[in-house]
Design a binder for this molecule. Sequence first.
Ligand SMILES: Nc1ncnc2c1ncn2[C@@H]1O[C@H](COP(=O)(O)OP(=O)(O)OP(=O)(O)O)[C@@H](O)[C@H]1O
Length: 284
Amino acid sequence: MLNIEDLVLTVVDPETGQETEILHGSTLALRQGEALGLVGESGSGKSMTLKCILGIEPSGARVEGRVELDGTDLLAASGDVLRRIRANDLALIAQNPHGALNPVLPVERFLIEGMSDARNLPKAEARERAAELLRQVGITDTDRVLASYPHQLSGGMLQRVVIAGAISGEPKLLLADEPTTALDVTTQAEVVAILDEMRREHGLSMIFVTHDLDLAAAVCDRLAVMKDGEILEVGTPEEIRDHPKTDYTRALMAARPMLYPEGHEANRGADRGGDHGTNEEADA
Ligand SMILES: Nc1ncnc2c1ncn2[C@@H]1O[C@H](COP(=O)(O)OP(=O)(O)OP(=O)(O)O)[C@@H](O)[C@H]1O
């Protein structure tokens, strides 16, 4: 459903005019319903890759190559087509959920405005639909949350609201950019579980950006390891774990500290690199 070919991103310093190539020819393909983890250390180009898909690269930057979503080349599409695709087919879940919501509007308005047919719905029905969305992401006190303003909710609660909003638009592709990094560890596990469940239930494709290879392995079908603007390797979590092609990937695997001595039963997930659950419970 998504084909990225030879993606090159060059940013231009507005003062000196100096050009810097940030992405050096990435190629990636994503199948319908697949979750792909884009993994790498800070500065490796993960967020920039998402920005190129969304068409929100830094101003003045040059994007070359192909970013094709269900047959439409987003880099060659007109402004109108891009706006329609961004509104209907793509949903971004960013690190900081506060950025997604208008601070002066209650959660109810955020969710209702995200519904494609909201204008045609009677108010009570739209509200009930918003409450149902919240229930889907595990929020039970829906009246309180719907009436709350963003600053009145915790980061974890707000990220659930953002996920509910993303799902409500029935996008084709979820772009999750370190969606749990700003949350405490216990909340991280809950939010990742909800995101994973929602994605599977709605059959959505997802690119999940993280520096945490274990976490990506737990929620993704395939992983792409990035370093310095290049994709070093792509494979299933098992392939990456059992046959890492680069020292960089090995270092990423080793980067997640284990809470128990090597070989301890509680490290099973981390030893395998593919089951985050055990570690998560230990973290919590
Ligand atoms: N607006 C910008 N102008 C120029 N260069 C930028 C800009 N934003 C980011 N960069 C550079 O692009 C490179 C890739 O950054 P990017 O944000 O994609 O990395 P990342 O892998 O997502 O890292 P992080 O996990 O820290 O977000 C970095 O070298 C960064 O310094």
